[in-house]
Write a new protein. Structure first.
Length: 206
């Protein structure tokens, strides 16, 4: 944990379709080369292997407590490995501890997931933005991205209005108890980027 204390960590979280990936790219372009990027971890070992097993067995949408703990351990292992590899004072993260609480808690309470994550070395950001918008807007972006990428013919199991509203409520609950900044993202990507940058410099974070 001493390695993290020597760095400033900014994290972007949010519901599916909130525009998080776009904003991560814009922020990284602005803050480079002084910034080190920790990407979303789904394609990195050991997270990749854990998720592949869950998908293969059909448990990805119905995880047991043991499944949740495996994901937590994988996230912590990757976070600590990447922190040790970086000499940058500033770290930008694409998702983190709150993603585990919102999307990967299974039958566990969110706050149990938070405590377990901290014990396993999952990074707690110094500054965290939670991006959100209406479920209609989110699904509009999901479909646009799906067509643009051309990889998926249909929406994933979590890409529906009910799931989006559920995850939004969880993020709002976190915002009541943790020092995160909610950013509404129904505007243009330029407007949202301006909001983020304004908050970063307003807080004298940089």
């Amino acid at each position: 944990m001493e390695k993290q204390q020597s760095k400033k960590v900014i994290c972007l979280e949010g519901i599916v379709g909130a525009g998080k990936t776009t904003q991560i790219e814009l922020l990284y372009d602005k803050l480079s080369p002084k910034c080190y990027l920790i990407p979303e971890l789904n394609e990195m070992s050991p997270m990749k292997e854990v998720r592949e097993d869950l998908k293969k067995t059909g448990r990805i949408s119905n995880m047991t407590n043991q499944d949740v703990l495996k994901i937590i351990r994988a996230r912590g292992e990757i976070h600590q490995r990447l922190l040790s590899e970086s000499n940058s004072h500033l770290v930008l993260m694409d998702r983190g501890i709150y993603t585990g609480m919102v999307f990967e808690s299974g039958e566990m309470e969110m706050w149990e997931v938070e405590q377990a994550s901290k014990k396993e070395g999952v990074i707690v950001p110094d500054l965290c933005f939670i991006l959100y918008c209406s479920s209609n807007k989110a699904l509009e972006r999901v479909d646009e991205r799906r067509v643009r990428v051309g990889k998926y013919k249909h929406r994933a199991f979590h890409e529906n209005a009910e799931y989006i509203e559920k995850t939004k409520e969880r993020y709002f609950e976190i915002a009541k108890k943790r020092p995160v900044i909610l950013i509404e993202t129904s505007g243009s990507k330029e407007e949202i980027h301006k909001k983020l940058v304004g908050e970063i410099y307003h807080d004298r974070f940089l």
